[in-house]
Design a protein around this ligand. Structure first.
Ligand code: ZN
Ligand code: FE
Length: 257
C-alpha cells in the first residue's frame, strides 16, 4: 500500500508550523496555513512542487501573515472557513462544517473546531489518517479559549476523541515542552506522561520538532482530551464534577500557569 499523501512540515516564525501536502498521483499540492511566505516558498522550490491550494484553519495573524505573498508567487487558490470569511483575506472557496475538500485522489472533511476562535476549522483526511488541527487540538495541549466558550472547546475535543487512534495530528505550534510541563502538574504520577516528557526533551535537545504527534499518544497524555477520564478527575480531586467542568478547570489552570 503506497501512501499517496506526502506531508512536509515547514517551521515558520519562532514556533509556528505550516504543512505542505502533496498527492503523488495528480501532483496536486496544498499548504495548510501560511505563517510566513519565505520558508514555504523555499520548501516548494526544493521539492519541485507547484502550489495549487492554500487551506486556512483560522484568522489569527500567525497563521495567515504569508498568505498574500504566497498567493501572488504561486497563483494558488485560497480556501478558508465560511464563518471567518469576513475577517480573512479574499477566499476562492468558503468551507463549512461537513464540507469535503479534494486534493487529487485524497479527500478531507472540514470540521468546525470552534473554541480557540469562533469558526476555527480542521481538515481530516480519513484515508490518509492525517488531521490538521492548528490551534484546536495541539501536541500535548489545546489552544487557549479566546472567542468561544469552555463548553464549546470541550465539544471540539470530543470530536477529536472519536477519530481513529492511529490518526496523525498536525498542529500549528511547537509548544509541546511548555504544554508538557503543565500536563505534569495535572497527572504527575501518570507513567505515559513521564515517558512523553523524556521523549519531548530528547527531541527538543536535538532541535527536532515534536509535531506531528498521533491521537493514541494524545489520548494517553493530553489532559484536555482526558477531562472525562476517572483517573484524571481523581488526580485533581474532581471525581464528582462533569466532564465539561473538569475541562474548564484544567484550561483555566493552564491560562494561569
Ligand atoms: Zn491561533
Ligand atoms: Fe497560532
Amino acid at each position: 500500500n503506497t501512501m499517496p499523501l506526502q506531508v512536509i512540515t515547514v517551521p515558520c516564525l519562532s514556533d509556528n508550523y505550516a504543512f505542505i501536502l502533496h498527492e503523488t498521483e495528480s501532483r496536486q499540492t496544498a499548504v495548510v496555513d501560511v505563517p510566513e511566505a519565505k520558508p514555504i516558498l523555499a520548501a516548494l522550490k526544493d521539492l519541485g512542487w507547484s502550489l495549487d491550494h492554500i487551506l486556512i484553519t483560522h484568522h489569527h495573524d500567525d497563521h495567515i501573515m504569508g498568505l498574500e505573498e504566497v498567493r501572488a508567487a504561486t497563483g494558488a487558490s485560497v480556501h478558508g472557513g465560511a464563518p471567518d470569511a469576513y475577517r480573512l483575506p479574499p477566499l476562492d472557496t468558503q468551507l463549512s462544517d461537513g464540507d469535503t475538500f479534494q486534493l487529487g485522489a485524497e479527500s478531507c472533511r472540514v470540521i468546525d473546531v470552534s473554541g480557540h476562535t469562533l469558526g476555527h476549522i480542521a481538515f481530516i483526511f480519513d484515508e490518509a489518517l492525517a488531521a490538521f488541527t492548528a490551534d484546536s487540538l495541539m501536541a500535548w495541549g489545546c489552544g487557549r479559549v479566546f472567542e468561544g466558550t469552555m463548553d464549546m472547546q470541550w465539544a471540539t475535543m470530543q470530536k477529536f476523541k472519536d477519530l481513529p487512534r492511529a490518526m496523525t495530528i498536525y498542529s500549528g505550534h511547537e509548544y509541546t515542552t511548555s504544554n508538557g510541563k503543565f500536563a505534569m502538574t495535572v497527572e504527575p504520577y501518570n507513567e505515559s506522561y513521564q515517558k512523553r516528557m523524556v521523549e519531548t526533551n530528547a527531541a527538543r535537545a536535538k532541535g527536532e520538532p515534536t509535531v506531528p504527534s498521533n491521537l493514541g499518544l494524545e489520548l494517553a497524555t493530553n489532559p484536555f482530551l482526558r477531562a472525562s477520564h476517572p483517573k484524571l478527575k481523581a488526580a485533581i480531586g474532581m471525581e464528582d464534577a462533569t466532564d465539561a467542568e473538569v475541562f474548564a478547570e484544567i484550561r483555566t489552570r493552564k491560562d494561569n500557569f
